[in-house]
Design a protein around this ligand. Structure first.
Ligand code: XMP
Length: 332
């Protein structure tokens, strides 16, 4: 398949078009792969999930999915990957809990780009370790989508990025596979339509963007396990409240950030030093600029009550109303 989208290619907006695409890709994958084995890094994001579901339909258990839990996932995210792919879709799923490997390497590291590099590099190491344990893999499936291709074209033209977003670098020399990239000509909205047609759960198909380094770039500065746990719990409360109020379907990206500072507060009549939880909720078309989502005050108040009452270590909640620019969407 060529890397550029033909002008004649229809935008996949309907289930019928998605089903045609799925049939075509199943045939193409079978023709490319034959009876060989394929490896996939399955993060649980919409792109890798759609690729996994497509490949399971096309070649079943010839696909080996590796899910690396780097310890920086949101609450229940890895568990959901195991449930949907390991149990419901009966995939060959290798689940690796690499939390300690990642958190040990990140201990004491506060520079955001260094954190990204450590996470990206260790991800490759863990994935490569798993790949080496498997025999006879010839193909690597990837959830590359069309904006990734366009981004690479831009980078090849020498345009500089503000942050190093590309999470997965190349695999080591001894692990070179032929690539299978069935959704590389699709835009994100098309990937979602295909995901729904494949029967993936709504929450997975409409999952908001989540950075590769995960909560690692939201637990600001040097990551500690206690602050990371507080972040994960606070983020889960925010998501629960957004789901319940219907905001989850209206806001492009929303999450909690916890800085490495404490302030004085009071709890049960005693001095209580804790971290602030910062809520970020933004709308954007392409993530290059972003505006602030207007969250109803009662919702913010309820989220504040819940986070300060339910999450040990947090004594304040702040709402970041900075658009991009001048803020970036993530704090790191
Ligand atoms: P910024 O913070 O640059 O974020 O305004 C724009 C979008 O990119 C996501 N983001 C990342 N995604 N790896 C990723 O895969 C990263 O290192 C990374 N940093 C930011 C961010 O969540 C937002 O959607």
């Amino acid at each position: 398949m060529n890397n550029m989208r033909p002008r004649s290619m229809k935008r996949i907006k309907t289930k019928a078009l998605a089903e045609c695409f799925i049939e075509e890709q199943i045939a193409a994958i079978r023709a490319q792969v034959g009876n060989k084995k394929v490896l996939l890094a399955l993060s649980g994001g919409v792109d890798s999930s759609v690729v996994a579901a497509l490949l399971i339909k096309a070649i079943g258990r010839q696909l080996y999915c590796v899910h690396v839990n780097h310890g920086l996932m949101r609450k229940n995210e890895s568990e959901n990957v195991v449930k949907v792919f390991g149990e419901e879709l009966d995939a060959n799923l290798i689940y690796v809990d690499a939390t300690d490997r990642f958190l040990d390497l990140l201990a004491g590291v506060s520079d955001p780009e260094s954190k990204r590099k450590i996470i990206g590099k260790e991800f490759i190491n863990v994935f490569a370790d798993e790949a080496r344990k498997l025999d006879g893999i010839e193909f690597l499936a990837q959830g590359t989508i069309y904006p990734d291709i366009l981004e690479s074209v831009k980078q090849a033209e020498g345009k500089k990025a503000v942050k190093s977003h590309h999470n997965v670098g190349g695999l080591p020399e001894d692990l070179q596979f032929e690539l299978v990239e069935p959704i590389k000509l699709l835009f994100k909205d098309e990937v979602r339509v295909v995901g729904e047609a494949l029967g993936l759960p709504h929450a997975m198909v409409y999952r908001q963007p989540f950075p590769g380094p995960g909560l690692g770039v939201r637990c600001l500065g040097a990551i500690t396990r206690d602050r990371l746990n507080a972040l994960r719990e606070a983020d889960a409360i925010l998501r629960e409240e957004f789901d319940q109020t219907g905001l989850a379907d209206k806001v492009w990206q929303f999450f909690v950030v916890i800085p490495d500072i404490k302030s004085v507060g009071v709890k049960d009549d005693s001095r209580y030093e804790g971290w602030p939880a910062i809520i970020r909720a933004v709308n954007t078309k392409d993530a290059m600029t972003a505006s602030i989502a207007k969250i109803p005050y009662p919702t913010l108040a309820r989220i504040t009550d819940r986070i300060t009452a339910e999450v040990p270590g947090i004594n304040r909640v702040l709402y970041d109303i900075t658009p991009k620019p001048t803020g970036t969407i993530e704090w790191e």
